[in-house]
Design a protein around this ligand. Structure first.
Ligand SMILES: [Zn+2]
Length: 316
């Protein structure tokens, strides 16, 4: 494994802010066939990706020793290092969401300098990218890959290799245009965005599930020959935009969940209670049957806040 600093800037106090890239490549000087990059930590409070990288680095070190790395695998485990140090979602000092600063439209700042450097480094070193995210403080997510409709044709076959529970194809919205995933896909570097678990926690089973999926992706795209580490992955379930039902709070209150993500719900099944200021609990029930893949974890709930998402029709 070779480690390289791709971005470094002096900090007001303490060590410099650095973005590090670790690279696994064939020992012989043969031209690598496939170059895959794995990126985590755009949001500093999302720790699942960091753990997934730790697990993958362990395995890739063994595979490198066995000369089983055929292409190049790049791992960027902490691309927003100061936010990670403080366990915050945003880039500190500027309170900027780095995943809203990619692309040409943004004015120059330290944050956009970092995002520009990262984007260029990924573009020149990758044939395929996976960007790992956990959810925000409010919602627990079943391991899933989200794909903007325009990129569906290229990305769905790759997403199927990743051992996630769900592939959610959703319509394009302007807000995505400043994300890393959108800009790489626009630049013809296929990029999968994985969303799993919740921020500030590690859901070990979900992480292990994704580690197996990424090893399978690396094997099937011939970046790595996984040998003994290759495991069978579950078939992906794909949902189109009209197959996702969102449950929103009709009133403000305290939401107390009564189920977990991953459950197959029946229509009318109880999801939880919403306790309003009048102390009367309101039953929150599923309006349809299907797979519960998002569930509110943070009890404080405003009117209109999302409580759950259900995949109503699932094609295997
Ligand atoms: Zn994120």
């Amino acid at each position: 494994m070779l480690s390289k600093c791709i971005f470094s800037v002096k900090a007001p106090a303490g060590p410099p802010v650095e973005i590090i890239r670790h690279t696994f490549s064939p020992s012989q000087s043969a031209k690598p066939t496939q170059r895959v990059s794995l990126v985590t930590g755009l949001h500093g409070d999302e720790l699942e990706g960091l753990y997934i990288c730790h697990r993958l680095i362990e395995t890739l070190k063994k595979l490198e020793e066995q000369n089983a790395v055929k292409g190049e695998v790049h791992i960027y485990p902490a691309v927003n290092p100061q936010a990670l140090e403080t366990g915050t979602r945003l880039w500190p000092f500027f309170s900027t969401d780095i995943n809203r600063t990619f692309g040409e439209k943004n004015t120059r700042s330290l944050v956009t300098e970092a995002s520009r450097t990262l984007l260029e480094d990924l573009k020149s070193n990758s044939d395929l990218v996976v960007d790992f995210h956990a959810s925000n403080l409010h919602l627990m997510e079943l391991p899933q890959i989200r794909i903007i409709k325009n990129f569906e044709k290229k990305l769905v076959p790759l997403a199927k290799l990743c051992n996630v529970d769900l592939i959610w194809v959703h319509p394009h919205a302007e807000i995505f245009e400043s994300t890393l995933g959108y800009n790489l896909n626009q630049a013809k570097v296929p990029t999968l965005v994985i969303e799993s678990g919740i921020c500030l926690r590690i859901h070990k089973n979900y992480c292990e599930q994704i580690v197996l999926g990424i090893l399978n992706l690396l094997h099937q795209t011939e970046a790595v020959d996984c040998g003994e580490f290759l495991a069978e992955v579950a078939p992906a379930r794909i949902v189109q935009p009209d197959q996702v039902t969102m449950v929103q709070a009709q009133n403000a209150g305290l939401f107390v969940k009564q189920t977990e993500v991953g459950q197959i719900l029946k229509e009318g099944e109880k999801i939880g209670d919403l306790i309003g200021p009048d102390q009367m609990p309101e039953d929150i029930r599923s309006p349809c049957s299907g797979l519960l893949f998002t569930l509110r974890e943070h009890p404080l709930t405003g009117k209109g806040a999302p409580l759950a998402r259900i995949a109503t029709s699932i094609e295997p």
